[in-house]
Design a binder for this molecule. Structure first.
Ligand SMILES: [Zn+2]
Length: 201
């Protein structure tokens, strides 16, 4: 590898991805980017959980490119490419690689379990997460002109509705996104509208 390219990569690793780095189906993170859990995001999460006053478990936090690769390959072999690509991000395309995303569930419950306790937690996240700098990355959307909602299939937002998946973007940006009405199922606004690809080409 060219020495200048190596130097560039080292600088990017040291700086880390900005809090508004876009990670989507189209825009991915490099294989080498492996920052671990973001300390600022974790501190904000601890404050949020304390404020919620509920028994919360962190079901998933930082996931490396390699781990995402293993998980997606396993799912593809079990469910096939099409189904797998609807429920799991391909390697490099998961916000968990940023170290700022967390999946939360009620203590002891599976993450997707549509139980009254999980729903209570998800409702509280919708109401208060932004005050601590978090957004719900894949909110529920049901828009008249669109043929389906995204409760089971990612027709609208690329991904299914994931009320348990929050990402730390800092309080200012989280409030901006919240105020833009992204949680309104009838609104086409998505958090991803506020992010930029990283690293820039
Ligand atoms: Zn997640």
């Amino acid at each position: 590898m060219n020495i200048l390219v190596q130097f560039y990569i080292v600088i990017l690793i040291l700086l880390g991805a900005p809090s508004d780095a876009l990670v989507s189906r189209e825009h991915g993170l490099p294989r080498w980017y492996s920052p671990g859990e973001n300390a600022q995001a974790r501190a904000a999460l601890d404050l949020l959980i304390e404020d919620l006053g509920m028994p919360v478990q962190i079901s998933s936090a930082f996931r490396s490119y390699r781990l995402q690769e293993q998980a997606s390959l396993r799912l593809i072999s079990e469910e096939g490419q099409e189904r797998a690509s609807q429920v799991i991000a391909m390697p490099g395309h998961s916000e968990h690689q940023l170290g700022t995303a967390f999946d939360l569930a009620w203590m002891g419950l599976p993450i997707e379990f549509n139980d009254v306790r999980n729903r209570r937690l998800w409702d509280a996240l919708q109401e208060r997460a932004h005050e601590f700098g978090f957004v719900i990355s894949f909110p529920y959307k049901q828009i008249e002109e669109w043929p389906f909602d995204n409760q089971w299939y990612p027709v609208v937002t690329e991904f299914r509705w994931e009320p348990w998946h929050i990402r730390y973007v800092g309080i200012d940006l989280a409030k901006t996104i919240f105020d833009a009405g992204y949680l309104d199922p009838q609104s086409a606004v998505l958090p991803q509208d506020f992010y930029l690809p990283w690293p820039q080409d």
